[in-house]
Design a protein around this ligand. Structure first.
Ligand code: COA
Length: 480
């Protein structure tokens, strides 16, 4: 069967499918792109949301085969349609995410949605590698995994769907999402919204699927299902562990606890502004946010003053003690009730009222304090004085706990930028800027919502969601 014929059949089947509310996509709808082409597409999908996890997975298998038959230009069209719709719906989805989870800020979630929309790489990320020499040519191309099972977080629900929707489809995959139990409605609405855009662009239905009532049980089914070819888990420590022990190929993105180091050569007013911008973003929920600060003691007072001038709210040791009792539970971990809440909510819990434009609470603590060692995911930054740069790096490495996630430094010394980066060995590293710069917000480069530290892929793009296929042509196509 030639390509034109295949495309024509796919179009026909799609038209029938859409007209009939989703009944059957037969084997003829897709070429031999995967062994699953004969899958019966379950009915009842509501813009990709099914009642049953098996139905969501089967629909995803069929959608991926259809996408494979449609070729690269259609992928480009779909990605472009997702970008257009996600931008138009960004504010609505941001507000929904806040209402759904009770965490974070709508203005920042909108910025996160926009960044994911504009800076997630598309098909252009899939540049084949090519080798030529005396023995001819060999190239390595990027092929789809097939169906990806994506376990998504409650901290960044809609921006993760946009980011994964673009990057995973650009790589030719379909996706079955397992939304975090605390972010179901916003995650599902983002999926529905993007699916409608895909269909308007001429793409297959159900490229993105999920289920109406996701639970831990359905997430476990997704993690072990034989029709799911790749697992991508973005979330807390327990979900990372579950993914990595699932027996399936997994890309896992877990928690971080990014330290920021400020030395005596730093531009302190700028460092103060950058740290506030990073640490207050979405009430400190992104895993890349500055979460504790180690400052060389000779400039500590000045840094704190500059942070106050830039709008941070300084609390004293007594307040820190009171707040610790509320924000840290008996096991020594963050109190879930306050994750993602505003500075005003945190402070009112101890009888303080901060101005409405306060974005960040700051305080001084010892290095051992839980505000330093625990990833709070709250807009409160603990500042620790250290004798010198070397002590700052040692403390930062300890506080990062080997997550290999993100670290930041403010210094005028290039040798220290190099030295700190070498010693902390994180996936994402920023010098003299807010954390977001490393994901394209005010810095160069692309954005990713999945920072795979535990499994080593780092900031994930379409080529990470691809299989490498190598083709050798010995004796051919070396034309020099
Ligand atoms: N689908 C189904 N189950 C999920 C899930 C998903 N998408 N995500 C997590 N779960 C499970 C966890 O495995 C855990 O199961 P367990 O009780 O059997 O161990 C349970 O749901 C609770 O999840 P968890 O997110 O750890 O607890 P929580 O809702 O109380 O905590 C946070 C919320 C925000 C504090 C927590 O998710 C967290 O620390 N996240 C780290 C930040 C993050 O998300 N980083 C990733 C980069 S964006």
């Amino acid at each position: 069967m030639d390509e034109a014929r295949i495309t024509e059949i796919v179009r026909q089947v799609l038209a029938e499918f859409q007209a009939g509310g989703g009944t059957v996509a037969k084997a003829a709808a897709a070429p031999a792109a995967s062994p699953s082409v004969a899958t019966v597409v379950p009915s009842g999908g509501n813009d990709g949301i099914f009642g049953d996890i098996e139905d969501a997975i089967n629909a995803s298998v069929a959608a991926q085969a259809q996408l494979a038959a449609m070729g690269m230009d259609m992928r480009k069209k779909i990605v472009s349609a997702i970008r257009q719709t996600a931008l138009a719906e960004s504010r609505r989805l941001a507000e929904l995410a806040v209402a759904d989870t009770g965490m974070g800020r709508a203005d920042h979630k909108q910025a996160k949605n926009d960044l994911a929309t504009e800076k997630t790489p598309g098909t252009e990320d899939l540049v084949p590698d090519c080798f030529t020499g005396d023995h001819g040519m060999t190239f390595v191309d990027y092929a789809p995994f097939g169906v990806i099972g994506s376990i998504t977080p409650c901290t960044n629900p809609t921006s993760t769907i946009i980011n994964h929707g673009i990057a995973m489809i650009a790589a030719g995959n379909s996706v079955v999402f397992g939304p975090h139990p605390a972010a179901i409605q916003s995650t599902l609405e983002a999926i529905r919204t993007l699916n409608r855009a895909i269909i308007r662009a001429g793409g297959p239905p159900n490229l993105l699927t999920s289920i109406a009532e996701p639970t831990l049980r359905t997430a476990k089914i997704l993690m072990t299902h034989p029709k799911v070819n790749l697992l991508v888990a973005t979330g807390g420590a327990s979900v990372v562990k579950a993914a990595m022990t699932s027996g399936k190929r997994a890309i896992a993105a877990g928690p971080g606890n990014p330290p920021v180091v400020v030395d005596e050569t730093a531009d302190l007013p700028k460092a103060a502004r950058d740290i506030i911008a990073g640490a207050s973003f979405d009430n400190n929920m992104p895993c890349i946010c500055e979460k504790e600060c180690f400052v060389v003691q000779t400039v500590a007072d000045q840094l704190i003053l500059e942070m106050q001038h830039a709008g941070a709210y300084l609390i004293n040791r007594q307040h820190v003690d009171s707040l610790t009792k509320i924000l840290i539970n008996e096991e020594g971990h963050p109190n879930r009730e306050y994750v993602g809440k505003s500075p005003q909510v945190l402070l009112s819990a101890i009888g303080l009222s901060a101005p409405s434009n306060t974005d960040l609470v700051i305080c001084e603590t010892a290095e051992e304090h839980p505000f330093v060692q625990e990833e709070l995911l709250m807009p409160i930054l603990a500042i620790v004085r250290v004798p010198d740069y070397n002590a700052a790096v040692e403390a930062a490495v300890r506080a990062e706990h080997g997550f290999r996630h993100t670290a930041i430094i403010h210094t005028a010394r290039i040798d220290r930028i190099t030295d700190f980066a070498k010693r902390i060995r994180v996936n994402l590293f920023v010098a003299n800027g807010p954390c977001g710069a490393v994901l394209g917000s005010g810095g160069e480069g692309y954005m990713a919502m999945t920072i795979a530290g535990p499994t080593g892929e780092g900031a994930c793009t379409p080529r990470i969601f691809s299989i490498r296929r190598r083709v050798a042509l010995p004796g051919s196509l070396r034309v020099l």
